[in-house]
Design a protein. Structure first.
Length: 277
């Protein structure tokens, strides 16, 4: 009798398991050839191969120029992208786009805000060297209809005050969005800030650092910046995933694939498998 009960209800138990999501954050380095950075036409081949091999359901890119965005869209036909260029709110300057798998999600709401005193329009904030943005999307799962807020950002590399203010602006924004549409948050990107800096300490007070082991929080990701150099000794951890308390890390991985004795970008892509409880 007990065996018959299990056989009848086992399919329902399996179906009831939480949906697993796979996010990838990747600063692909803007299209500009230097002595250290190979040409984008060469780099895009291994980058596309990484993306297709990983098959993430959600992607946050940084340092994407419009021409690169066009290439990414062509290589990822089952995804839709969200985001605008940071210089004019259209196609000029770098994008920090979110790509999502259309077989898995429907986008309910999306947009971009600038990390500045005037977040509603293209602008530079505080002591930042450049315009900086955050792209966001409210995704609904086609599987279980759960909602997930996704934020993808790229903080300034020069302005310390800009990074301090940017993280507080982020908090204000995601609090406003959650009041209108309550849902867990996944925040990712290139924060240009190391683990002991104020912005990261600030975020860890509100979120789980999903770039660290859940069982052993002292074990976090290795350096995420490589400067295109395999022998790089600059141990910078500046790319992260943060999430609401209801998000549970299944697996975190830093991809170190090489390309012709170098790397496809000056950042390693980071990958997070997670569920929403």
């Amino acid at each position: 009798m007990q065996l018959r009960f299990l056989l009848v209800f086992l399919p329902f138990l399996v179906f009831a398991q939480p949906e697993q999501h796979k996010a990838l954050s990747y600063n692909i380095r803007y299209d500009g050839h230097t002595d250290l950075a190979p040409d984008w036409k060469e780099r895009k081949i291994p980058i596309m191969a990484q993306l297709q091999a990983q098959a993430p359901t959600i992607i946050g890119f940084q340092e994407v120029l419009y021409s690169q965005l066009t290439d990414l869209k062509a290589a990822l036909p089952s995804y839709l992208s969200i985001g605008v260029g940071r210089d004019d709110g259209q196609t000029a300057g770098e994008f920090s786009p979110i790509f999502y798998d259309t077989t898995r999600y429907v986008c309910q709401q999306s947009g971009t805000f600038w990390l500045s005193l005037t977040p509603e329009k293209p602008s530079k904030g505080w002591d930042a060297a450049l315009n900086r943005i955050c792209t966001y999307a409210l995704l609904e799962s086609k599987f279980d209809h759960q909602l997930l807020w996704v934020f993808n950002t790229h903080f300034d590399h020069i302005g310390e005050e800009a990074r301090l203010q940017s993280v507080q602006l982020l908090q204000k924004k995601y609090t406003e969005f959650q009041q209108n549409k309550p849902a867990p948050i996944l925040l990712m990107g290139d924060f240009n800030a190391e683990p002991d800096s104020f912005p990261i300490i600030f975020l860890r007070k509100s979120f789980k650092d999903l770039s660290c082991s859940m069982r052993h929080p002292e074990l976090c990701s290795g350096p995420t910046f490589n400067a295109f150099t395999i022998s790089n000794t600059d141990d910078k951890i500046i790319d992260y995933f943060f999430g609401s308390a209801s998000l549970m890390q299944i697996k975190y991985e830093l991809l170190r694939d090489t390309f012709e004795r170098s790397y496809p970008s000056d950042h390693f892509p980071i990958v997070l498998n997670f569920i929403s409880l």
